[in-house]
Design a protein around this ligand. Structure first.
Ligand SMILES: C[C@](O)(C(=O)O)[C@H](CC(=O)O)C(=O)O
Ligand SMILES: [Mg+2]
Length: 486
């Protein structure tokens, strides 16, 4: 048997009481865990390996708490490389985002960029985080050596849908923690099947809310196993969703649509899906029953409390044998059910998932919509006071740049509790702008044009050599310490 001198510490690290003590601390005590500290202790490794991520996680918690308290704007963009990360940190931004979409489109582990479909290998964004985190470590070392101040900025990363089932959620979270992440978001999408043109009547497909909850519990379990302070963000795509994979969860019933007019064939065997759903007059079960049997609706509501669509449909059939409604008939060829996406569905999901996560985010794929943004904040806060909220500025039409409403919006959102706001694709735009202005300067003025342009943007030419010379001090210092004595 191998013995290590740290046995006592290891026993403490793997003890249920130490875990319980940690769960009672301010960062952890708000979380609902459907498992015990003893069960987590059994799954712990001999050594903890999340120290860097925990430090970053605590820093992020501090940052979000400060912005929530002061109602200040915390706005940032993504970074895909160490240079961008460093510039964002030096410029005073409080968070760096590691985007799945930007990675998908520009730099994936398999080296074959494509659409943002969450079908890239799951080590892609963790590996990006490692780059952003480790380059910050190097800069902190450089600064320490030269006695200069430095900033470490926490990284929030995109965990997409967790890349499969619960085990893959745990694996991607583990990689994130090992990489030094401060926070991550997990969504409720079905991986790999976004349709952007809507040509087939299907856009975003989500999973039942119970599956979203299980993803968050799996993620939290992995954080608990690793003892990591990392912030977990609930993301829902329910605002955009057009379909859901299953009708099993009663909490999804208010948004599941079915045919209220019987058709000769199911939607899946119809020549044109969109024409079929129009003819079938899609409604929720409750809407259809209320419209066809208003006198029985109160009785129906009372008897179907907490029931999913199939169970509620049985009640409807007993109360009114002539009633017709079918979610099954409206399934797509893949078996997905029509879903009424919107802010109501996003709010419902945010409230259900809040106990297992630290922050809530309804992903935006349409231009800024103030009433929806406000409704989400107010209703989520009514259910979960003080909840951290996030907002993505993704769809940014050119006219936004000059609109007064959008200019004032980040501040307005900060007052509503949106403590983290970001332009997810902004890192790609920023790199593109830098490259484009450099290329233009070279074309117009050669070496001198390039240098003048760099100086104009960066303020001082020192920045051009900063990395090379200051980094070199680190290796020079190591050589100095090793010496020439032998
Ligand atoms: C935020 C996001 O998840 C990302 O990967 O950056 C994407 C961004 C995008 O595709 O525009 C998303 O909003 O789904
Ligand atoms: Mg993404």
């Amino acid at each position: 048997m191998v013995t290590v001198p740290l046995n006592d510490n290891i026993d403490a690290w793997r003890s249920a009481s130490a875990i319980e003590e940690w769960w009672a601390t301010p960062s952890q005590r708000g979380i609902t865990r459907p498992y015990s500290a003893a069960e987590v202790a059994q799954l712990r490794d001999i050594f903890p390996e999340g120290e860097g991520a925990s430090a970053m996680g605590l820093l992020l918690r501090e940052t979000l708490t400060r912005h929530a308290r002061d109602q200040t704007v915390n706005l940032t963009i993504s970074a895909g490389d160490g240079v961008t990360a460093q510039v964002l940190a030096e410029s005073g931004l409080d968070v760096i985002y590691a985007s799945g979409g930007v990675s998908a489109m520009s730099d994936v582990t398999t080296k074959d960029p494509s659409t943002d479909l969450s079908d890239y290998t799951y080590d892609t964004v963790p590996s990006k985080v490692a780059t952003l985190y480790r380059s910050q470590l190097v800069h902190a070392r450089m600064a320490q050596l030269s006695g200069k101040p430095y900033r470490i900025v926490p990284i929030i990363a995109d965990a997409d849908s967790g890349f499969g089932f619960q085990s893959s959620v745990m694996k991607v979270v583990k990689l994130f923690v090992q990489a030094g992440v401060a926070g991550f978001h997990i969504d409720d999408l079905l991986s790999g099947c976004k349709r952007y043109d809507g040509k087939d009547g299907v856009g975003y497909v989500i999973v039942p809310v119970s599956e979203a909850v299980r993803r968050h519990i799996a993620a939290k379990l992995q954080l608990d196993i690793m003892g990591a302070e990392v912030v977990s963000i609930h993301r829902t795509d329910a605002e955009t969703a057009t379909h859901i994979t299953s009708t099993v969860d009663p909490r999804d019933r208010p948004f599941i649509l079915g045919a209220s007019i019987a058709q000769p064939h199911d939607a899946a065997s119809a020549p044109d899906y969109k024409t079929w759903i129009q003819a079938a007059d899609l409604r929720t079960l409750d809407e259809a029953f209320a419209a066809s049997h208003p006198a029985l609706f109160d009785e129906f509501t009372a008897q179907t409390k907490g029931k999913n669509t199939s169970e509620a449909l049985l009640v409807a059939a007993k109360l009114a044998p002539d009633f017709y409604w079918s979610a099954d008939a409206a399934r797509t060829v893949q078996g997905w059910f029509p879903f009424r996406g919107g802010v109501e569905a996003a709010i419902a999901r945010a409230i259900v998932c809040a106990p297992y996560t630290d922050a809530s985010w309804a992903c935006q794929t349409k231009p800024y919509n103030p009433p929806a943004v406000e409704a989400f904040a107010k209703r989520v806060h009514a259910a979960v006071p003080g909840r951290w909220l996030a907002y993505n500025w993704t769809v940014l039409p050119a006219e936004f740049a000059k609109s007064k409403e959008v200019a004032e919006a980040p501040e307005k959102l900060a007052k509503l509790g949106y403590v983290y706001q970001w332009m997810p694709v902004g890192g790609m735009t920023a790199v593109g702008i830098g490259a484009k202005s450099s290329a233009q300067a070279i074309k117009e003025g050669g070496v001198s044009g390039f240098l003048q342009n760099a100086e104009r943007v960066q303020g001082k030419q020192r920045d051009l050599l900063y990395w090379l010379l200051d980094l070199a001090k680190l290796s020079d210092q190591a050589q100095e310490i090793i010496g020439t004595g032998l």
